[in-house]
Write a protein that binds this ligand. Sequence first.
Ligand SMILES: Nc1ncnc2c1ncn2[C@@H]1O[C@H](COP(=O)(O)OP(=O)(O)O)[C@@H](O)[C@H]1O
Ligand SMILES: [Mg+2]
Length: 275
Amino acid sequence: MPAPERIPAGPVTDPVTLLAKGDLKVLGQVREASNAVLYCEIASEGETATCVYKPVAGEQPLWDFPDGNLARREVAAYEISEATGWGLIPPTVLRDGPYGEGMCQLWIEGDPEAGGALLALVEDEEAADGWKPVVLAEVEEGRTALLVHADDARLRRLAVLDAVINNGDRKGGHLLPSGDGHLYGIDHGVSFHVEDKLRTLLWGWAGEPLTPEALDVLEELSARLADGTPLATRMAELITPAELAALRERVAALRTSGVHPAPSGQWPAIPWPPV
Ligand SMILES: Nc1ncnc2c1ncn2[C@@H]1O[C@H](COP(=O)(O)OP(=O)(O)O)[C@@H](O)[C@H]1O
Ligand SMILES: [Mg+2]
């Protein structure tokens, strides 16, 4: 990313308030993005951080998703991540900015070293210890390789979150391991569809029992999404009534089945390109 300058991340006491109330200054644009993704500085009362600002006006229309809602769905995904207590999505708010309403999300300085250990393409037919197989892919004429992801507790939580939010785009580039060992997921604009759109690289646990921790989290989430709760009220501002109903149904279905969802087709639905 060709940032004009890098601002050292200072200790931010309350990132959500800073993102919501701070002065937003656009520093550059993330070039490889498919929508307008602006790299910004956010500052308030002596505190400074960097963030992305994705204005609704810069969203590309999608044939299979309602237009003009990517920013809201990103905020909705953050609200659900917070409700799980797993903190898998960087602080994200909906606010006004120089190009109108959009989402602002704290910039996470990814650690490429850590990223290398999450996904791999291997020549073997089976995943090695500590790895989970995703799909056998033809990498070139007549040569196949096995796509694997790490058997990592953070990824496993993310797989549960993705099943809950019905994430249509969990690719490698949307996994941001930060230097402190934390793993974040980004880019949740194509989530919360009423139909099954789960498209992910994290199929390694498909059909396996959910962890007791995940079941507890889903129980809590179910209670917190009940009619009239603060979370349900907030979600109703961000997604449609049908999408909220579908969200509740997915949480209920996961609790009933007790297992990680499996691909519905013969081939696992993986995002393209997968990185
Ligand atoms: N919160 C963030 N922290 C760090 N980098 C980010 C963040 N959000 C986006 N990026 C960077 O910007 C790129 C494009 O953002 P993304 O959310 O994937 O947008 P798009 O909707 O265009 O796919 C990402 O691949 C990533 O490199
Ligand atoms: Mg993206």
